[in-house]
Design a binder for this molecule. Sequence first.
Ligand SMILES: CC(C)(COP(=O)(O)OP(=O)(O)OC[C@H]1O[C@@H](n2cnc3c(N)ncnc32)[C@H](O)[C@@H]1OP(=O)(O)O)[C@@H](O)C(=O)NCCC(=O)NCCS
Length: 149
Amino acid sequence: MVQVVLPNDANPLGFILGGSVMHLIDIAGAIACHRHTRTLLVTAAVDGLQFLHPIKVGDLIILKARVTAAWNTSLEVEVEVFSEETLTGVRRMTSRAFLTFVSIDREGRHVQIPPLIVETEHEKTKAREAEVRRAARLEARKELEARCR
Ligand SMILES: CC(C)(COP(=O)(O)OP(=O)(O)OC[C@H]1O[C@@H](n2cnc3c(N)ncnc32)[C@H](O)[C@@H]1OP(=O)(O)O)[C@@H](O)C(=O)NCCC(=O)NCCS
């Protein structure tokens, strides 16, 4: 996904707002997951997010999303964010995020999703790493639920 950063999305310093980047990450991740599942989805989790460099008004924000693992009704997507200076073409990675989406139908019931075909060594590594992140996420969710009781 590519967009130009417009003044409406920026803070007084002329840099894109963190919240605007988060919104675009959610959208890019959802698109990749919709293409895998062809179902409705909700965002279940977003892992810790960092902003390494600002992106200024007039530059491009580029988001690359790829599904890393699919389980029964949920899947993980990695979204990488880059800035690209319009006048020079210089590109820098500014953020990386892992999101989990859950597949649902119109009544809110969870829906089984297709498995992800992992072929290359790179894809297999990504999928293995996703298992570790999933375990940590479910643990964090359990802790939060216990605190909210
Ligand atoms: C996310 C949500 C659908 C989970 O539903 P639930 O019935 O509590 O969850 P379950 O324990 O049955 O888990 C369903 C699946 O989601 C996964 N999941 C649930 N919460 C998760 C979390 N915090 N992180 C990672 N995966 C999670 C489970 O591992 C399970 O995956 P699997 O079927 O692939 O094994 C529910 O909590 C919800 O609707 N949350 C609000 C979502 C929302 O409003 N998002 C923002 C707007 S889209």
